[in-house]
Design a protein around this ligand. Structure first.
Ligand code: HH2
Length: 258
């Protein structure tokens, strides 16, 4: 899953693809590099990011979504707002990636009404406060219990299991230690019976480990992506598609050679 941030303030590439033409060109580049799926986002979720209203979010998203109508891969939209979900689904989006796991009132109904995929992500707190003091007993057990509850809520709303994937939400209300434990024990999420999506690309935990800024975390991002793939992740949400794809091809070649 290649990331296309149509934002002025995303943590690693804010402002680079804010203009529709730049976002569309970037999306096409990621497809060329081998992305199987794109995730379009118009509201940054980095800690402390400014909230964006639905109208502004749609103003950013729609020209890009329309410009990619002929794209050969499915388009996901990263949003927490039901009013945005309804519009982008009507405009041809194939998937909703919701960092709040369809918890907004009316979000379940907005997605149930369409035949789209959904990513349900775990987050402790909100982007404004989530990194202040994340706390868990057993982080894997608590994230799993939350996602199980959301999977059940989504199924009760009439959305079949085949349309879902889940995401532990790396960096969303988690310390470095929480993120590492979730990655190490990622296989435990297989018990939920839906594909697992993982996003470690360029995240601050990688900066803590390597001492490098967001623009210099490519090698660290690839290492995390490969560990996630080896631990069962089905979808990797990444900014650097070409390099991640090469790394995955090596992993797959080794696995096939056995
Ligand atoms: N991470 C980000 C945004 N959306 N969605 C899912 N499902 N999983 C993630 O790990 C995830 C996500 C943050 O990355 P990015 O979009 O590059 O940054 P920003 O939120 O600042 O736009």
């Amino acid at each position: 899953m290649g990331v296309v941030n149509v934002t002025p303030d995303s943590f690693s590439d804010g402002g680079r693809f804010f203009e529709p033409a730049a976002a569309i060109a970037h999306a096409r580049q990621l497809i060329e590099e081998g992305a199987d799926l794109l995730d379009l986002g118009a509201e940054s979720s980095r800690p402390g990011a400014a909230a964006v209203g639905a109208e502004e979010e749609l103003r950013r998203l729609l020209p890009v979504l329309r410009g990619l109508r002929d794209a050969p891969v499915p388009l996901s939209v990263d949003t927490i707002k039901p009013e945005v979900m309804r519009v982008v689904l009507a405009e041809g989006a194939s998937m909703i990636n919701d960092i709040s796991a369809l918890r907004a009132p009316d979000a379940l109904a907005a997605v149930a009404a369409a035949d789209a995929g959904v990513c349900l992500m775990h987050m402790q707190g909100t982007p404004g406060t989530m990194q202040q003091q994340p706390r868990y007993g057993d982080v894997v057990a608590e994230v799993k219990a939350f996602l199980l509850e959301r999977v059940e809520a989504v199924r009760a709303a009439g959305i079949p299991l085949q349309r879902l994937c889940i995401d532990p939400g790396f960096g969303f209300g988690k310390t470095l230690e929480h993120n590492l434990e979730l990655l190490r024990r990622l296989r435990e999420f297989d018990a939920l019976g839906v594909p697992v999506l993982v996003g470690w690309s360029r995240k601050s935990s990688l900066g803590t480990i390597t001492g490098k800024p967001a623009g210099d975390r490519l090698a660290a991002s690839i290492a995390a992506a490969l560990i996630a793939a080896q631990n069962g992740a089905a979808i990797l949400r990444v900014h650097d598609v070409a390099a991640t794809r090469d790394a995955l091809l090596v992993l797959q070649a080794v696995e096939k050679s056995q």
